[in-house]
Design a protein around this ligand. Sequence first.
Ligand code: SME
Length: 148
Amino acid sequence: MSKTELYESIMPQIEALISNEADDIANMANVAALLHITFGFWWTGFYIVRGTTLVLGPFQGPVACTRIAFGRGVCGTAWQREQIVVVPDVHQFPGHIACSAESQSEIVVPLMRHGEVCAVLDIDSRELNTFDNTDKHYLQKVAQMLAK
Ligand code: SME
């Protein structure tokens, strides 16, 4: 299956999983699991805004750093810019926080609620250049579903 077909196949599942559950942690946990197992990413999870810091939320993959400051790393940059950040090669991203030496490329998608970032979805790949406009398109939709 192509990447688009894979996303198309899991979007209804995500909708079904989260539409009747109001708890953010439960929904983030299931979404992280579903994305992780569908695409075989290296690390798939959430960082949640707590004041001036992102704190580790539900995730799948190896252990990760627990706190990331505003504007720091790829996650803190996506929070600051309020925009998706795609990093084709993490070694070329100034300030990239290496939670795992295996990570080669990364995408971070902010979850916007009431006009503010409330969390970010962070996905790491063990290969370079994993994330493209297809991932941006669908992960943006996933973020909107979760933040609504
Ligand atoms: N690489 C991220 C840190 C989080 S880990 O990838 C799970 C960053 O630079 O913000």
